[in-house]
Write a protein that binds this ligand. Sequence first.
Ligand code: NDP
Length: 330
Amino acid sequence: MTSLTASALIVPKHGDSSVLRVEEREVPDPGPGQARVRVAASGANFIDTYQRGGVYPVETPFVLGMEGAGTVESVGEGVTEVAAGDRVAWAMQLGSATTVATLPAASLVPVPDDVDLDVAAAAMLQAMTAHFLVNDTYPCTAETIALVHAAAGGVGQLLVQLLKAKGATVVATAGSADKLAVARERGADHVINYREHDTGDSLAHAVTEAAGRGVDVAYDGVGQATFDASLASLRPRGLLVLFGAASGPVPPVDPQRLNQGGSLYLTRPSLGHYIAGREELLARAGEVLGLIADGSLEIAIDSRHPLADARAAYDALEGRGTSGKVLLIP
Ligand code: NDP
């Protein structure tokens, strides 16, 4: 095997989207346990913005991007998980926004023939997240009433679909009339424009009024702007699932607030901990890709951007201008 060069989206120093650059980089031959993948598409995610800005510690310079899909070109010594020619996808692997990626073979999952590679790339991070949130972080059933913030977003649309497939009742929030319509199309039972509520109490009041009672579980990937409302929307012993911070990080919380709300629970989960071993990764990815293949889970692709246009892609994502997955096409 010979080395080759790849175009990669680089963060040369921490900062806003203006720091992003596309550079040619040498790709070494895959080492033991690694596979070299020709990338068909990679996804832009909020975690990229936390890493780019230095909120999550990643030493610069680094290649951005935590998920993708493509075709295996070659494998290193001892690789049994995949072979050249396989269509594969992955999540939580830094360095995905590139034409050619060298990845741990054990991080790659097979993509069914009837799922396009760009759809698989779009599903890996957001759909596996929605999947663990409704199945494992809180086991939702037909009796569950769930609050989903930013319900027209990437994870949000998937959460609504998976919750409705279980027969749960969904109270959805979003920031515009168009986005509320998207949440409704996905099956949300009640929709609320949270921009019309100045305080957490006002939003929580709207949520509990729509739900008829406190919700069992609040899925909150918005963070700072919605945290108070999420907590105040719960029934006694309800669960607040804080899974992101699209509006900014939540300030430190006094645990006494959980007591005052009625012995509430709070968790801050990450996908990485729910695909911790190869067996769990294969099972979760297999289930998600299977739901996509049989048409029961729809992946909304908001937009596709060449790597050179990554700045616009991230500006749209961070600026509340998207509704679904933002893809980077190398
Ligand atoms: P989205 O497509 O949901 O985009 C974020 C949305 O949040 C916006 O479109 C916007 O919707 C809403 N929002 C509200 N306030 C703000 C604000 N001040 N700035 C920006 N957005 C705001 O993104 P994703 O689906 O990719 O991710 C959603 C959340 O899930 C993120 O916090 C992300 O970090 C998290 N996440 C967590 C994972 C985990 O393992 N814990 C894995 C994957 C994602 P509107 O206009 O309707 O208000």
